[in-house]
Structure formats: structure tokens, C-alpha cells
Design a protein around this ligand. Structure first.
Ligand code: SF4
Ligand code: SF4
Ligand code: SF4
Length: 291
């Protein structure tokens, strides 16, 4: 196999002027320890580079001289903050703070980002391939605008009990998916965004939900013509999410071509047939319907 020269590697970006390079780091979900951060600063100073925080939750060392690349990349690797990705490959995986810190969170986005990073980061692809995870439909990392987007969701339902018709849940629901009829609530699944905000709001605990699920979209994009990805399936466990990502990555690797973005190719690639096959391959008990 050809040894890829350093300047051709993903994560090394040629700047427009004066022969400088930008070096992007691999920092899944943007989580970095103070010691690693200190190391990055020390390395940047050593090579007279400045730092840039990117939209994909990573750090770039900018205005690096090509002759410094080898030493700098070696130092970064020794620091535990290795070279990132930027070319046609699986790039830095982004995630919101999730159940670790956010009160709206429904899934552990950080653990999932770590698992996906370990398994998929840097895999060579015909197209640039982004994966992002938000722990609830507030979508703080705009996950549905990525090639694969994963969102934590719940399906609220009413259990028997005395609804006083107080309207608290109605106030909390930003989608106007709850109405009060004859003094009782009626949930409109067509309008529900599966954010779960109504559940905590009821003082009588009569709105419940099954454990949170993972809503998966494929083919989103940002850029000149942003588009929300297609909903493929909603599943119960992070293990199934990882299996689905593997199948999608393999399919894209085999089928896609390199001179256009994945979302522009999906119709030509007959994505719908692939989606049906994909859903068939998932154990029935893992699929959650109604989303
Ligand atoms: S997406 Fe939801 S869970 Fe994640 S940070 Fe935003 S509000 Fe919190
Ligand atoms: S889950 Fe969210 S959108 Fe759905 S009914 Fe409750 S508050 Fe409204
Ligand atoms: S908050 Fe609870 S009691 Fe009040 S209207 Fe909603 S479901 Fe009924």
C-alpha cells in the first residue's frame, strides 16, 4: 500500500497564501482535557502557530510552515491530540453535551460519539462524511444537516389518572401538540416533535414515555443549499445505531462517487431501496415506530 505523504493526509489543509498549512486535530465531541489543551498550546508556541476553534468542535493550528509539519504532527500525537480529518473521509464527530450536562438530554451523546469515533474516524470514503449527535430535538449541533444525524427522542403518552386540565403541559409544548378537550389532554402525534418537555411539566405525572430512542437521518448537508437528512429509522439502543452507521458507511463506500456531495447522489443511488433493505436487516424488536 502506498505510504501517504504527510502533506496529503486529511487534517492538513493548504492555506491560500505564502505556502502555509493548517493542521486540524481529532477531538471527538470537542472534549479535551486541560492537560491536552496545555499540550496543544505548548506545541503551537513551539512551532509559532496560532489556534482556531472550528465549527466541528475541533482545534486547528494555523500558519504552520511545511518544513515543521513532521515534528508538529509527531508532537501532537505524543500529546494525545492526533491529526484530524478534512478530506474525503469520516471527519471529527460532533455531539452536544447530552445527559452528562444538559437537562433536556435524553441520550448519552458523548459516549456514543466516542464509540463512533473509535470505530469510524478517518475511514477513507468517496465523499466527505460527517456524523453528529444531539441528545434531543433541540438539535444544538444541527445533526440533521450531516451525512448521518442522530437525535435523542421520546414518544409521550397519557396514562390513566386525573388530568386536572391545568394546561401546564400545553404551555410547555412549543409545537402546540397538546390540546385540552373536555378538561382532558389530547396529544397530537402528528405535531409532536418528541422533545419530552411535557413529561416533566405535569405535576400529576400522567404524561409518560418509554425509554428514549435514537432517530437517524441520512443525507443532510450544510453549505450553499442546506438540506435536512431523510429519516431512515428510529431504534432503541446505541449498539443498533453503531450497526446502522457501519451499514451506511459500507454502502456509501461501495456506491458513491467522488465529485459531488452525498446528498446530491442519493436519488441516483436509489437510496430508498437501500433504506428498505437496511430497515429489514434490523431486528424488529429494536425498531421504534411512530416517529
Ligand atoms: S440538543 Fe438538547 S440535549 Fe443537547 S445540548 Fe441542546 S438542548 Fe441539550
Ligand atoms: S414531547 Fe415535546 S412536542 Fe411532543 S407533546 Fe411533549 S412537549 Fe409537545
Ligand atoms: S399538566 Fe398534567 S394535569 Fe395539567 S393539563 Fe397537562 S396532563 Fe393534565
Amino acid at each position: 500500500m502506498r505510504k501517504v505523504p504527510l502533506h496529503e493526509k486529511g487534517g492538513i489543509i493548504h492555506e491560500k497564501g505564502a505556502g502555509y498549512c493548517t493542521v486540524r486535530l481529532r477531538i471527538p465531541a470537542g472534549l479535551i482535557t486541560p492537560d491536552h489543551m496545555k499540550g496543544v498550546v505548548r506545541i503551537a508556541k513551539k512551532y509559532r502557530a496560532d489556534l482556531h476553534l472550528t465549527t466541528r468542535q475541533t482545534i486547528e493550528l494555523i500558519h504552520v510552515l511545511p518544513q515543521d509539519l513532521e515534528g508538529l504532527v509527531g508532537d501532537l500525537s505524543g500529546n494525545g491530540t492526533p491529526l484530524g480529518a478534512e478530506k474525503a473521509e469520516i471527519v471529527n464527530i460532533t455531539a452536544c453535551p447530552g445527559t452528562d450536562r444538559c437537562r433536556y438530554a435524553m441520550i448519552d451523546s458523548l459516549s456514543l460519539a466516542k464509540t463512533l469515533d473509535e470505530k469510524f474516524f478517518g475511514r477513507e470514503m468517496p465523499v466527505k462524511f460527517r456524523i453528529a449527535i444531539s441528545s434531543c430535538p433541540n438539535s444544538c449541533v444541527s445533526e440533521r444537516l450531516n451525512e448521518i444525524g442522530i437525535t435523542g427522542v421520546v414518544m409521550p403518552y397519557r396514562i390513566p389518572g386525573t388530568c386536572t386540565g391545568c394546561g401546564t403541559c400545553v404551555q410547555y409544548c412549543r409545537e402546540k401538540a397538546i390540546a385540552i378537550k373536555n378538561g382532558q389532554i389530547v396529544l397530537d402525534n402528528g405535531k409532536c416533535f418528541h422533545c419530552g418537555m411535557c413529561i416533566e411539566s405535569c405535576p400529576f405525572h400522567i404524561i409518560k414515555a418509554d425509554p428514549a430512542a435514537y432517530h437517524i437521518t441520512i443525507g443532510g448537508r450544510r453549505g450553499r443549499h442546506p438540506r435536512v437528512g431523510y429519516h431512515v429509522v428510529t431504534v432503541k439502543s446505541p449498539e443498533t445505531v453503531v450497526n446502522i452507521v457501519e451499514l451506511v458507511v459500507r454502502w456509501v463506500y461501495r456506491k458513491a462517487w467522488s465529485d459531488s456531495l452525498l446528498p446530491d447522489q442519493l436519488d441516483i443511488l436509489d437510496f430508498e431501496s437501500f433504506r428498505k433493505e437496511l430497515v429489514k436487516s434490523i431486528p424488529e424488536e429494536e425498531i421504534v415506530t411512530g416517529y
